[in-house]
Write a protein that binds this ligand. Sequence first.
Ligand SMILES: Nc1ncnc2c1ncn2[C@@H]1O[C@H](COP(=O)(O)OP(=O)(O)OP(=O)(O)O)[C@@H](O)[C@H]1O
Ligand SMILES: O=C(O)C1=C[C@@H](O)[C@@H](O)[C@H](O)C1
Ligand SMILES: [Mg+2]
Length: 182
Amino acid sequence: MTQTPTPTRPTTGRRPAAVLIGFMGAGKSTVGRLLADRLGVDFVDTDIELVRRTGRSIPEIFSSDGVDGFRTIEENVVTDVLDNHSGVVSLGGGAVTTAGVRDALTGHRVVYLRVSAERGYERVSGTDRPLLDTEDPAARYAELLAERTDTYSSVCSFEVDADAAPEAVADAIVTELARELM
Ligand SMILES: Nc1ncnc2c1ncn2[C@@H]1O[C@H](COP(=O)(O)OP(=O)(O)OP(=O)(O)O)[C@@H](O)[C@H]1O
Ligand SMILES: O=C(O)C1=C[C@@H](O)[C@@H](O)[C@H](O)C1
Ligand SMILES: [Mg+2]
């Protein structure tokens, strides 16, 4: 009897050393770069990659395609990067809200940068964040963070306190990665 092979995405067989997740302002991009330097590997930020591939800014995509359109583009970029990148990968803050991204994270070393609403909002306040474009962005920030916390926890391999300084967060990740090798 002939068996139908399970369809899989084409891959290069490369796997990220670590995938950073967490809310806006948790420091995924900042710490991701530091961590990649420390490990001597490449760094890819899926928000930057998405802008590069589409030639449009994130606020432009939100305004023309809506949040669902943005998530579809984001899912394609994230799954492609996870399949083909071997260094450190930082995801956009809302990528894990898409089921396809959560599935694609299975089996990866996923680090959750857990930031408090106070520290995180301080870091993003005044920047162009479509999802915070409301009358009370600080309250919206805290609300969205609370809504997503369980999702971040459910897909991560381990979490680090991201209220600390970027170097300290990168150190904590290196320590945990080294512990896993013991
Ligand atoms: N641990 C930290 N301590 C203090 N400031 C930080 C820390 N991490 C990041 N920052 C600052 O906060 C801002 C946002 O950081 P960053 O862009 O790395 O966050 P992010 O998690 O990638 O957010 P996004 O989900 O929007 O991509 C930047 O100005 C950065 O310099
Ligand atoms: O938290 C979010 O939903 C987002 C976070 C950013 O990284 C960007 O991906 C975008 O602004 C959406
Ligand atoms: Mg970022």
